[in-house]
Design a protein around this ligand. Structure first.
Ligand SMILES: Cc1ncc(COP(=O)(O)O)c(C=O)c1O
Length: 428
């Protein structure tokens, strides 16, 4: 049994006076070991920087997997949340009554997203709020299945959804059931049936899997956890055509790549392909409290989600709604999608240059500030550990790729900082 060493000098920043040593031991002794952590205790997070106990700064190139797009501890988002708390409006309110933050959030998000599923009518979008991203992914799956049953007449229990190899939509039973990764699902059976996997980017294989029970196609417009791959030119457009032809719902998971991350507010805007529904999360609430949402054409939402068919105690609670409203305002007012596009282009050019001279780099991929560096030896973490020593936090994607996805508020001096460190690690 571990006991706290009270003789260690207290730190001046962060939540408590626990020493790093105590933090490591307490997390190891009392916490599930479901993440492989890097050896660092964060005491402060502000903008693009993380600070440790000794005051050493690390540029955050992971940004909580794109949850901190607006930068850590954004003053406007924090002030809005603190204001709600001080105004006695922070606690959860029962979903049987109305609140004004939720009304504002639904209106703001529903009209922020371009009209989804225009073939169902132009009466706007509707929003179903949740908390963690995976919850909204489950909601999207429910929407497709119910649509298949109610609208297409598929026998209940026979609905099929097409998903893609190396997809990632979270870690609950249904979402792991259609994961390609054995590690994610082994031992957790029985798994949820009703999913058919095809290679990401393969339109022919997708069409070949469509049958009378298919109700939807569920895809990340760019894969994040699966190795940071963009779709081949025309792939998303082809999926749209298949969905129109066979009357399927086309659903995009924008949880990691939405909210400006790839240089557009929504990743699907790169190819001008309009899905019928999307999921959002992570940066939707500025990385302060968890908020996610399923957004779709209002006709679909009304068809599928009537009282009793879904719900969440905290989904849409005032604090989350306030955080999300402010995070959306910050994203627009600070032109973060454009910033991601501009800064991403500068950073990508520097990384391409390093890659050309590096014996270690296999390929550089990405859009905006969502850049993957695939390494030849397949061990991206080896480089990430060296980067940590040099004052930069990065992590792998799918083992083989170093993920560079910093907060979108970074400037050119930060880009130079990142490039200098990548140069040191990737050039012998
Ligand atoms: C594309 C995508 N969907 C869903 C999720 C799950 O989100 P959460 O971890 O908030 O449940 C993630 C998380 O990384 C993701 O990248």
């Amino acid at each position: 049994m571990y006991s706290i060493n009270t003789e260690v000098t207290p730190t001046s920043v962060g939540f408590s006076s626990l020493s790093d040593h105590d933090v490591f031991h307490m997390e190891r002794e009392f916490g599930a070991h479901h993440y492989e952590r890097q050896h660092m205790v964060v005491r402060k997070a502000e903008g693009v920087w993380l600070t440790d106990e000794r005051g050493r700064q690390y540029l955050d190139c992971l940004a909580a997997y794109s949850a901190a797009n607006q930068g850590h501890h954004h003053p406007r988002i924090v002030a809005a949340v603190v204001g709600a708390l001080q105004g006695n409006y922070g606690s959860v309110i029962s979903n049987v009554v109305y609140t004004d933050p939720l009304a504002k959030f639904l209106q703001k998000l529903g009209s922020l997203v371009p009209q989804l599923g225009p073939r169902f009518g132009q009466h706007g979008n509707k929003v179903l709020p949740k908390n963690g991203g995976v919850e909204s992914c489950e909601t999207a799956v429910k929407a497709a299945r119910y649509y298949g049953w109610m609208h297409k007449g598929i026998e209940d229990g026979k609905q099929e959804i097409i998903v893609f190899r190396n997809n990632f939509h979270g870690r609950m039973i249904t979402t792991i059931s259609y994961s390609t990764s054995r590690k994610y699902k082994e031992g957790f059976g029985p798994l949820t049936p009703g999913f058919v996997e095809v290679p990401f980017g393969d339109l022919e294989a997708t069409e070949a899997e469509i049958n009378e029970n298919t109700c939807g196609i569920w895809v990340e417009p760019m894969q994040g956890e699966g190795g940071m791959y963009g779709p081949p030119e025309g792939f998303l457009k082809g999926l749209r055509e298949l969905c129109d032809k066979h009357d399927l719902l086309l659903l995009f998971d924008e949880i990691q790549v939405g909210m400006g991350r790839t240089g557009k507010l929504f990743c699907f805007e790169h190819e001008n392909v309009i899905p019928d529904g999307i999921t959002l999360g992570k940066a939707l609430s500025g990385g302060v409290v968890p908020v996610s949402a399923f957004v779709c054409n209002s006709e679909i939402m009304d068809l599928v989600f009537q009282p009793g068919r879904d719900g969440s105690t905290y989904g849409g609670y005032p604090l989350g709604a306030v955080a999300a409203c402010t995070a959306i305002d910050v994203t627009l007012d600070e032109n973060l999608p454009e910033r991601s596009r501009e800064m991403g282009a500068i950073l990508k050019a520097k990384i391409d240059d390093i890659a050309e001279r590096s014996p270690h780099v296999k390929e550089v991929r990405g859009r905006g500030l969502f850049i993957g560096i695939e390494v030849k030896n397949g061990n991206a973490m080896q480089y990430c550990r060296q980067l940590l020593d040099l004052g930069m936090l990065a992590n792998d994607s799918y083992g083989h790729t170093i993920r560079i996805s910093p907060p979108l508020v970074l400037d050119e001096s930060h880009i130079d900082y990142i490039a200098e460190r990548l140069e040191q690690v990737l050039i012998d």
